[in-house]
Design a binder for this molecule. Sequence first.
Ligand code: ADP
Length: 466
Amino acid sequence: MNILHISAECYPVAKVGGLADVVGALPKYQQALNIDSNVVMPFYNNKFSNNNEFEEVYKNTLVLGEQVHGFRILKLTNHSLGFNLFCVDVPKLLFTEYVYSFDDTERFLAFQIATLDWVLTLENKPDLIHTHDHHTGLIPFMISESLKYKSLKTTPTVLTIHNAQYQGWFSHDKISLIPAFNTNKIGLLDWDGAINPLASAIKCAWKVTTVSPSYMEELKQNANGLENLLKHEAAKCIGILNGIDWNVWNSETDNYLIKNYSKTTRVEGRKANKKWLCEKFNLDKNKPLFAFIGRLVGEKGADLFPEIFKKALEENDISILLLGSGNKETEEELKKLLETKNYNAYIGYDERLSHIIYAGADFLLMPSRVEPCGLNQMYALRYGTVPVVNAIGGLKDTVIDIENRGFGICHNKVSVADVTNSIQRATSFYKNTKKFLNNSKKIMTIDHSWDNSAQEYINVYKSLKK
Ligand code: ADP
């Protein structure tokens, strides 16, 4: 079976969030299960593109409304990723230093059109096309309705929703950017008066998956306007929990760490990583270290951080370290807080630092209001760090509270009081050293590798076989 994943992000090529981690890992694990699974993504002007060799496998022009753009399909020549990587080079639109921008409608439409134009010419066409999020959400519609792609109509399509908050909306004025289709079918593109690529994909894909079972259920109640659509399409929807890349996220071999460690050497290993963090960020290594890693947006509860941190630091003898960027107001508030003792923050993106934090922090805070799956808590568990989470979406599916014979700290609402109460419970837990250290061993043994989930996706593919 030959699967083509189409995505805006793929680790380590270009990463903004969890989408990249999934698309960089899932195909590799599917390859190991004898599925020929490969990835096509935009060619961005970044470190990966500049440091790796690509060969041109196809070249043509594409039509985007009244514009004509030259494009190339480039194939990564080395096999370091564990699958074939194809990149769509549309120099004027996609070859940028960033992944997302203000003109994403045009950028990702060009990407999707170029991809399908190229697929049309392939001798060995994919047996199934797997699209990810709204950036590639018009693919199922174009395959089933655009006259140009008629010969692909019987190719099954799967949509995975990594985040339903962002839907890629654009106005009907831009409809001519989409390759010609029977206009009776315009309803398949529209939701609430706008062209909505995510809604369109939910309508047109043969199967829709979300990245955790709980998120699938929650979306029927809260999906940024798509609740009724998801209820209506429930029969073809399924939640499959993400895995994590067991090889990348391995504390025994992770090159980013200050000291590698196994389950048996975890106490010393984790101590060395914590010491490095505390020295670098001027924190006291003897206090329990709470960390946050991620995008500073409302979904992650980030707007409450300044208040949460102030209160938690007043009430408990702890340190807090934050790594993230996003909302500018929140960033400013968090910078102002830098004068507070026992708190520090790196406002920005730093892959290496994130790995050291997973290995050196005692607790990872995730007071998310929305969390489709969440990978951070799984990385934390794998590295022996206790997640402190709002039990929602994937967090609900992966973290069990210590009070319920589990291993993490959960709350059921996102408010300053709920989160600081959890921090207090976590601090008491930390003080019971024996229990706390035994718990770190227990959580390191929880299996969140891709093996099971990669197979679940394959089962979905097989159920759709032409
Ligand atoms: P989302 O996709 O909603 O941002 P996920 O939990 O699914 O959240 O994935 C987030 C990924 O991005 C994790 O691999 C996390 O370590 C990484 N990440 C997020 N922000 C940063 C940052 N500022 N620096 C380094 N890594 C980050």
